[in-house]
Design a protein around this ligand. Structure first.
Ligand SMILES: [Zn+2]
Ligand SMILES: [Zn+2]
Length: 265
């Protein structure tokens, strides 16, 4: 059983290819399921440069995903999902947005600290002007609060802050333990996201240090390529598969209408 639960498409303006091309690539690879999980709109179409307009969600994204589910149902299971943002102050909006949709799952990601989109290559210069230890503390505080919010099913790329290779000087083991204890209580899964291998850090999200903690707490795993181009669907899943064997008893989680089940990879 192999699935890719984290894919984007051209609607977010920083990915290539139409939704259907991602589905077709997944079929070529022989995946059992593909999750279409593009970046959600934000309230008042905030940060529109890197996401679809809310209008497009209703008139394009949602109907297209549902049509693809139907069109390819004999070849692959297509999941209707989104990657949401944990951005303090928007919780009510996200809750209402999720409530208006029958998503199979919602990935919860931290892409902003304050208004800084810290994973956006355009703003990487800011790393030179912040204390990296403090940044990690703030990042994990956001991850913890995203889990406590109850809005999401899967923690997206849960050490994204390392994307450009910045590492804390301080030992953050205790901070990680406290964070993933809360994730465990939330019932969320953690994704193994292979896109880190294609970024300056050249490492899967999350690190093996985190995966050890995740495994100790018995937190379930999902798989995602975070593809922003159709040919990245399923990319480096041989690496991910080994990590699932090592840290997840060889099991991954599937989601259907926001209900989780587990299967052998
Ligand atoms: Zn993206
Ligand atoms: Zn993301």
């Amino acid at each position: 059983m192999l699935v890719d639960y984290h894919t984007h498409n051209q609607l977010c303006k920083h990915a290539d290819g139409a939704l259907e091309e991602y589905v077709q690539h997944a079929i070529q690879l022989g995946l059992n399921e593909i999750g279409l999980a593009d970046h959600t709109p934000m309230p008042n179409d905030w940060d529109i440069e890197v996401r679809m307009y809310e209008e497009q969600f209703w008139t394009d994204y949602k109907p297209t995903v549902l049509a693809l589910q139907e069109k390819y149902k004999n070849q692959i299971t297509v999941k209707f999902a989104v990657e949401g943002d944990f951005f303090p102050g928007t919780e009510k909006w996200v809750e209402e947005f999720n409530g208006k949709n029958e998503f199979d799952y919602v990935i919860g990601s931290v892409h902003y600290l304050g208004e800084w989109g810290f994973d956006n290559p355009l703003y990487v210069g800011k790393f030179d002007h912040v204390d990296i230890d403090e940044l990690y503390i703030s990042y994990y505080d956001h991850i913890k609060r995203s889990a406590q919010s109850g809005l999401f099913d899967i923690v997206g790329h849960c050490d994204l802050v390392k994307k450009f290779g910045h590492r804390p000087k301080k030992n953050i083991e205790e901070i990680l333990r406290a964070t993933f204890e809360v994730v465990k209580e939330s019932g969320m899964a953690v994704e193994i996201n292979t896109s880190g291998l294609r970024k300056p850090v050249k490492e899967v999200y999350p690190s093996e240090q985190i995966l050890k903690i995740v495994s100790e707490f018995g937190i379930p795993l999902t798989l995602g390529s975070d593809a922003h181009t159709p040919t990245d669907v399923g990319r480096d899943f041989d690496v991910a598969r080994e990590l699932v064997e090592k840290y997840g008893n060889g099991k991954i989680s599937l989601f259907s209408k926001r209900v989780r089940s587990e299967v052998k990879i």
